[in-house]
Design a protein. Structure first.
Lengths: 429, 229, 377
């Protein structure tokens, strides 16, 4: 009988329920979309921050002190220690391999270039978009296109195994006739007369960095040119990280096993750096503080902000649903009066109404969840360029929220209704 | 005397229910008409139509030269404001306005408010010392008296009363009836719905309804009227 | 009479309107706090971005630094005068640098002479070991990069002798830098000491500036500075300025969408309450119509009531919002968000709009047929 009463009550007079249903749908849609975005925003923004470039720098531990001014290393090529290119595929085997978005090796060789005059400059061997063989058999495409996204080019980048070069804009400006796209140039090491080689200029790069004064060539060319086949000197890595906190900065050797696990399984830059050092032995893996710290700071600030705002949105949603639930109950005072006059106990009346509100909450929240997921996709797309994917785990959360709030909203007027004297209501006052 | 109300073959249907099935009668200015009959006979419907609160399905209802059946929404609003004064069984005072403000409300919707005039109207019905009271602080009879003052404030052509004493005890009933008698003597035209024959006998004419039709029109005789004075 | 009615209406419906008022005030509070944030966040975030370090470089133009370790140089006075002249609050730090490849014993090492006190302002992300703040103005103190410290086995307090050609100078290590970049391979000394070591008094190789502001304002500043130093090259460091602008826009968009969502929700809440109110008012409306009140007038009365509520809610909420802004600023940024007076009228207008939007059910009251009321439903 109870079920029948509830069902009858629910099905009758759908127009009155429309308002509560509307509030539930809209309220839960907003709750879903704000929660979805709040959960995703950390990830999204972190990806955006990768436009700042690399956040990890790898060099050989046993290397001599680089003599670098303005980003160009002036040590003779025979000095110092190098790293092996063949090891690089291992970067995609670490626990956080999916967070390693890209890496680029560099090999600098001081050189002379023959234009209209002989100019002393640096040959910078690197990758633009290079396929790195990974131990599991796949290939990973990476290069300055990922780690230095602000580099611009007029013309095109060199092909990996060709004798092609890209001239830095500042160097090109010194001798625009010789250093133009399509021209051939001759390069020669100052300390080795037999090292002369010809390169075709395929593009002029505007990097905004010291490379504007040099000549960018494929790594393989620079390796042959300097006699360091298969080697490189510096590696820049761009990794997707989680903002650092006091926990992440601790010495892993001093952590308890549980703490260590937690640290290892979180994409802190310190733990990713640690994992990289394990697969590339003999290296010094350093966090590029400027980039990592700025990113960390801003991400954690925006994260906090977003949670505050999400809470506010949820509170507003809750209030809206509670208010409309209360309205519905107030409206139906007449029915309550009749039921009581017929001898229904307060518990029964309350039970019927609450059951009905619960049913409404479930239906409304479900629809709201779907609408909210769509809304989140749209918002994600317009703010971050890629749509936010719906998180199914939010469904029970949103459902729970709707149920609690709808019930709470009905409770207060129902309690008042318990004190109603049915007579005045039936008389029509 | 001039004809104030002329009703011709008035019909009102609510879906399948025929509330008024072709009613015709006329009312002279200054007459007190009692409209009687069992519940559901169409009395209230008739009053609502004559007062411009509802539209007939067919027929004519001319009040003071205006056929209410032909008026649009705006016309009906003006008609109600200018020509009609209502007194309801349930008083229908605004609960959060004082007696004075309730009367002024009627002035407000008509033209402009005049506190002095409203004060005088309340004095007329014997509530000069209760003008600042909220309806909650007034007895049933007093509330109805405020309603009467409100009904009169815009000098209506026609007073429509729907069981004005229905919610009152005997003592208050007498007071209200006395008030209406005075209004009648002053020359107001009154259409009153009542089920009480003793009240009906006070009227100039009794119009009886049954099943949406006019069944009997009785001019009441002088003897019974005198007995009630 | 209109205002009297209005006032009585408001008083009479107190309880019913409580939820609507509550939701209007809290919405106004959150919205005004968020709007304050929206206006201020650019300023706050660009401050954060200064952790990226220098974003404008002043160099000798034909910056061809040859392998011998010396380069074309600029006049220190000229550059610092130009910077001082165009000084704005946006310049967070400005430091001149003189680079030389000197020797520490047998090891060649890059030495940068600079204004040591400006260094920590220029590069706030550097981790410096040692009590840098108190010791940097001691004479002959220097800062060494961590790779240098490792290679030369230096610690805080160690002596360091640097030689260039025939000149020598003695320094004490006051701090060790962990920057995660080329600075780890360099030694930083006072500019005067570097200039005397290289016998290049009054000369510098480079000037680095950290300027806060939007991508646009930084470019404009760079252009102004370039005009003041026609012999040299002034350029913004693209890596940094481009990313900044983009990120800022995304974050602002995020906040605005949240504000819109919250406004919509509040309108809904008001709608809910107004529906209840409309139910209650049917009798009153029927009566007013019976008394000859026109729909327009009645609806206008109710709209005015809601408008007043919206304005009052907006006002109170905006005041509370100032306090909320302060709290939010502390929690998120560690410093208070400055409140703008323009937010007050903006919040009030928004709340009135939201209230009126939510008051739609009251408009439908206009359609109530008086006869329906008096039939006793």
């Amino acid at each position: 009988m109870f079920g029948r009463l509830v069902r009858e009550s629910f099905v009758r007079n759908p127009r009155r329920k429309l308002l509560t249903a509307a509030a539930l749908v809209v309220g839960m849609a907003v709750a879903t979309s704000t929660l979805t975005i709040a959960l995703e925003v950390g990830d999204r923004l972190a990806r955006e921050f990768r436009s700042l470039g690399a956040n990890l720098l790898v060099t050989s531990q046993s290397d001599t002190l680089p003599v670098e001014i303005g980003g160009v290393d002036y040590r003779p090529v025979n000095e110092g220690a190098y790293l092996s290119e063949a090891d690089l595929g291992k970067l995609k085997t670490i626990f956080w391999r999916h967070n390693v978005l890209g890496f680029t090796p560099f090999l600098d060789v001081p050189t002379l270039v023959l234009g209209s005059t002989v100019t002393s400059t640096t040959l910078i061997g690197t990758w633009y978009q290079h396929d790195v063989p990974v131990p599991d058999g796949t290939k990973f495409k990476t290069g300055v296109s990922v780690t230095h996204p602000w580099w611009k080019i007029r013309g095109r980048w060199f092909r990996d195994d060709a004798g092609e070069a890209v001239i830095g804009a500042a160097l090109a400006a010194k001798d625009p006739d010789s250093f133009a796209v399509g021209k051939r140039i001759q390069v020669r090491r100052a300390d080795d007369a037999d090292s002369a080689r010809t390169l075709v200029i395929t593009g002029i790069a505007s990097t905004g960095d010291a490379e504007d004064n040099g000549i960018l060539v494929p790594l393989s060319f620079a390796q042959g040119y300097s006699g360091h086949e298969g080697q490189f000197r510096q590696l820049f890595i761009s990794a997707l990280t989680k903002p650092a906190d006091t926990f992440s900065e601790r010495d892993p050797l001093k952590m308890t096993p549980t703490e260590y696990d937690r640290w290892f399984c979180s994409p802190y830059i310190s733990s990713i750096g640690f994992q990289i050092k394990t697969v590339l032995p003999g290296t010094d893996v350093r966090t590029i503080r400027r980039v990592a710290d700025t990113e960390g700071n801003i991400l954690s600030r925006v994260g906090t902000l977003l949670w505050i705002v999400t809470l506010a949105a949820l509170a507003a949603a809750g209030l809206a649903v509670a208010a409309t639930s209360a309205t519905t109950v107030l409206e139906r005072r007449g029915e309550i009066g009749v039921m009581k006059a017929l001898g229904a106990s307060n518990m029964l009346v309350a039970g019927i109404f609450l059951a009905e509100q619960l049913l409404l909450a479930v239906v409304g929240a479900s629809i709201g969840f779907v609408v909210g997921a769509v809304l989140a996709r749209g918002l994600g797309a317009s703010i971050f360029g890629t749509p936010a994917s719906p998180r199914l785990i939010l469904f029970p959360v949103v459902l729970g929220l709707a149920a609690i709030v709808a019930l709470a909203g009905s409770l207060i007027p129902l309690r008042r209704a318990a004190h109603f004297n049915p007579a005045p209501i039936l008389r029509g006052e | 005397m001039a004809t104030l109300v002329q009703v011709d073959d008035l019909r009102k249907e609510f879906g399948n229910v025929r509330a008024l099935a072709g009613v015709s009668f006329s009312v002279e200015a200054g007459e007190w008409i009692a409209i009687m009959g069992p519940s559901g006979s169409g009395k209230t419907t008739l009053i609502n139509i004559l007062g411009g609160l509802d539209m007939p399905t067919a027929g004519q209802a001319v009040v003071d030269g205006v056929d209410v059946a032909r008026l649009d929404e705006a016309g009906l609003t003006r008609f109600r404001a200018q020509k009609i004064g209502f007194v309801f069984q349930q008083f229908h005072l605004v609960p959060y306005l004082t007696a004075l403000e309730n009367v002024m409300l009627a002035q407000y919707f008509h033209s402009t408010t005049d506190e002095k005039e409203a004060q005088q109207a309340l004095e007329r019905v014997g509530l000069g010392d209760r003008v600042e009271h909220l309806p909650g602080a007034l007895s049933g009879g007093e509330q109805q008296r405020v309603a009467v003052a409100r009904a009169l404030i815009n000098h209506p052509k026609l007073i429509l009363a729907d069981e004005p004493t229905g919610n009152l005890d005997e003592a208050n009933e007498e007071t209200i009836i006395q008030l209406f008698k005075e209004l009648h003597q002053e020359g107001h035209t009154i259409l009153m719905v009542t089920h009480d024959p003793s009240i009906g006998n006070l009227a100039d004419r009794r119009i009886e309804f049954a099943h949406g039709r006019l069944v009997k029109v009785t001019p009441s005789n002088d003897t019974s009227r005198n007995a009630y004075r | 009479m209109f205002w009297r009615l209005l006032w009585k209406l408001l008083r009479g419906s107190g309880g019913r309107l409580a939820v609507a008022i509550l939701s209007l005030v809290s919405c106004a509070m959150v919205v005004s706090a968020l709007l304050n944030l929206e206006f201020d966040i650019e300023h706050k975030l660009t401050q954060e971005f200064r952790m990226l370090g220098a974003n404008i470089l002043v160099s000798p133009g034909n910056a061809q630094i040859s392998g011998s370790g010396t380069a074309e140089v600029m006049n220190e006075n000229e550059v610092s005068a130009a910077i001082a002249a165009s000084k704005e609050p946006a310049v967070v730090a400005a430091a001149p640098f003189l680079y030389v490849v000197a020797s520490a014993g047998k090891t060649p090492v890059v030495v940068a002479g600079t204004k040591l006190e400006e260094l920590s302002k220029l590069e706030p992300a550097w981790r410096i070991e040692g009590d840098w703040n108190s010791s940097h103005d001691l004479p002959a103190s220097c800062l060494v990069g961590r790779n240098v410290a490792r290679k030369l086995l230096l610690a805080v307090g160690s002596p360091l002798r640097l030689t260039y050609l025939n000149e020598s100078a003695q320094f004490t290590v006051a701090g060790i830098v962990d920057a995660g970049g080329t600075e780890d391979n360099q030694v930083f000394v006072g500019l005067a000491e570097a200039q005397s070591l290289t016998k290049l008094p009054g000369k510098i190789s480079l000037a680095q500036l950290s300027v806060s502001g939007t991508s646009n304002s930084i470019s404009k500043y760079a252009a102004r500075l370039a005009a003041a130093l026609p012999a040299y090259e002034v350029r913004p460091i693209r890596q940094i300025t481009e990313a900044e602008g983009d990120l800022l826009n995304r974050i602002r968009l995020l906040i605005v969408s949240m504000v819109v969502l919250i406004l919509v929700l509040t309108a809904l809440c008001v709608l809910g309450t107004m529906a209840a109110l409309a139910m209650e008012r049917r009798q009153d409306v029927g009566l007013m119509k019976a008394l000859g009140g026109s729909i327009g007038r009645i609806v206008a009365l109710f709209m005015a009531e809601i408008g007043v509520l919206g304005a009052a809610g907006g006002f109170v909420g905006a005041i509370l919002g100032v306090e909320l802004s302060r709290w939010m600023g502390q929690r998120v940024f560690g410093t208070a968000i400055s409140s703008r007076w323009e937010i007050f009228p903006l919040t009030i207008v928004l709340m009135v709009a939201v209230a009126l939007a939510g008051a739609l059910p009251l408009r439908l009251l206009g359609k109530v047929k008086p006869a329906v009321i008096f039939r006793g439903e």
